[in-house]
Each structure stands twice: as C-alpha cells, then as structure tokens.
Design a protein around this ligand. Sequence first.
Ligand SMILES: C=CC1=C(C)c2cc3[nH]c(cc4nc(cc5[nH]c(cc1n2)c(C)c5CCC(=O)O)C(CCC(=O)O)=C4C)c(C)c3C=C
Ligand SMILES: [Fe+2]
Ligand SMILES: [Fe+2]
Length: 340
Amino acid sequence: MSKSGVLLLNLGGPETQADVQPFLYNLFADPELIRLPFPFLQRVFAWAISSLRAEKSRRNYAAIGGGSPLRRITAEQARELQAHLVAEGYDVPVYVAMRYWHPFTESVVQQIKSDGITRLVVLPLYPQYSISTTGSSFKLLDRLWAEDPELARIERHLICSWYDQPDYVQAMAAGIRAGLDQFEHPEQVHVLFSAHGIPESYVTKAGDPYQQEMEACVQLIWQQVGRPNPHTLSYQSRVGSVKWLHPYTETVIPELGSRGVKHLLVVPISFVSEHIETLQEIDIEYRELAHHSGIPDFRRVPALNADPQFIAGLVALVRPHLLTPGLASSAFAPATALHP
Ligand SMILES: C=CC1=C(C)c2cc3[nH]c(cc4nc(cc5[nH]c(cc1n2)c(C)c5CCC(=O)O)C(CCC(=O)O)=C4C)c(C)c3C=C
Ligand SMILES: [Fe+2]
Ligand SMILES: [Fe+2]
C-alpha cells in the first residue's frame, strides 16, 4: 500500500539570540555553501567564521525582534498547502525540513519514516535552483537515503526548480502591481529586483544555473506586470571577500540615486518568505542607503508567505506527483507522474 507525503525544504533561521552562533556554524560547515580549497579545515573554518560573524548577525536578528520568522512562516505555508491538497481529495501530510536549524532535515526524515510514508514529493521553497540551496538539501537527502535502507525504500519525487510556475509568476506580478499602485505617481517608480547573491564561481566554474534561472524568472514576472516602468536586477547579501554575482544591490541603489531616481520599489526575488534579508537588510539597511543616496521614497513588495495564489502554485507543483485521489491505496502511479 502506497502512502504519500510532501516535504518542503528551506534553509532555516535562528529563533533566539542564543541560536545565532550555532546556526551560523551549521551554515558555514556546509561545503556546498562555503567551498574551501582544503575541505579538512571546514569545521575549524566554520567555528572561526561563525564566532567572528555572530555579534553582527545577532544585532541584525535583534533588529527584527530577536530571531528569524522563517520557521513560523514555512509552517504556515505547509498548513495551507496541506489544507488545499486535502480539499482536492489528497489526504497527505506536509512536512517542513530545514537545512541548518530546527526542524532539522535529519530528524524530519526519521518522522517521515516512522509515519510509514512510501512516496515522498520533495519541494524546495527556492524557486530558482542553486548548488548552495536546493543542491545542498538534495545532497543531504541523498546521503541520508544512502545510509539507511529503510529510507531507501521511500520513493522520492524531487522538484528541482519552479521559477516559471505560472501561479508563482502571477502572484509575484500582482504584488508588484499592487506595490506600484501605492505610489502617488506609479509611472515614476524604478523597480529593483533584489536576489540573494552567490559567489560568481558557482556559475562560471561549477555550472550553477541560478543566475540564468533568476534572469529568466525576472523576465517572466516582468511580462506579467505589464507596466512601462524601468527595472533592474541586482544581487544582495554578499558574504566574504570573493566576487559574487553582479551588480550588487548596495552599488545599484546609490547609482540609481545619482541618476535622479526618487521613487524605488524593491522586489525580493529569491525568497518566498519574510526573513532576515527582507526585514533587516532591505527594510533597514537598504532603506537607509536609499535615503543617503537621494531616494526619499523607498518601498518594498512583501514576500509571498501564504499568499493564496502562491499556495495554488505549490499545489500545482506537487499534484502531478501524487496518486490520483481514490487510487491512493493502489500500487499504480498515475500516467502524469513526473520524474526529474
Ligand atoms: C535563495 C536563497 C538563498 C541563497 C542563494 C543563499 C546563498 C548563500 N547564503 C550565504 C550565507 C548566509 N545566509 C544566511 C541566511 C539565509 N540565507 C537564505 C537564503 C539563501 N542563501 C535564508 C533564507 C537565510 C535565513 C534567513 C533567516 O531569516 O534567518 C546567513 C545568516 C544570516 C546572516 O548572518 O547574514 C548567512 C551567513 C552564502 C555564503 C550563500 C551562497 C554561497
Ligand atoms: Fe543566505
Ligand atoms: Fe514524481
């Protein structure tokens, strides 16, 4: 008998000030996120960098209430997705697994195993694929599946990226149009898509499709927005001293200011939930930078969180991998099942 489940993947975030350093350690200890020439030094490096970064990072989390809202918002997305699936007749549990903080992927897959799931649809909450995000979580799942013969019996259906999912694209476009319409003169607004950056070498040396998917995603969203405003794509949240994807958001904002832009609408584009990089980096740091750059009118499009059209998009992504309602106890898969 087949029993399906859905697993949502995300990065995770510290919930309290005390969580910040161990969270950073977990993040920097991942060779998919930080690539060192000497892998045997990864843990020492992670300890050193997490210790050095912790104070600044704690201050940033303190500015948004002490911790990240990511767990709460991702749980809400999971609840909404499950409710919509149940309404369509798919009686499947939806799990949330984080890469670097609670609920850790390692413990969630134990739960999935003990719930008797035999067929798991894995949906990363990153619309665009990157080695550093979806790739890292998939690699961890591969390792867990390779180490445990009971897990190995659970059939996995991986959804790699979905930046072109029509409901997602339309939900993003609707948010941008609503954002533009809040300005007194919407036609005077410059729209700045700000994506999370990654080191440039991921794209040029390791073949990460992230930049290409990001550019295609912005183009699709912009077509749906259907307004004549000028728009730009830039990359934020650079860590360390190596070159990251260009142009940097922190460079673009002053350039726009010096070109006379007075009204700026920022669209966070790699994120489907509010988190530190929307609430602190964009809303606090970039807002201040914009004001210093002569841009007094600075606004941001909210992250999608549990937006109904976005949730409909998640349902559409998951549905083809589920057994048709009524056949749920059958051993047969529907003809529409996709296997990337
Ligand atoms: C698509 C999203 C993300 C990409 C790509 C990504 C790459 C990436 N991130 C770091 C370093 C850090 N990321 C941190 C937090 C963080 N990053 C993302 C998303 C992406 N990261 C999320 C959702 C979060 C959690 C946010 C929260 O609310 O807690 C942090 C910690 C925060 C801080 O100190 O700034 C670091 C550090 C690298 C190096 C990287 C690509 C290689
Ligand atoms: Fe990050
Ligand atoms: Fe599938």
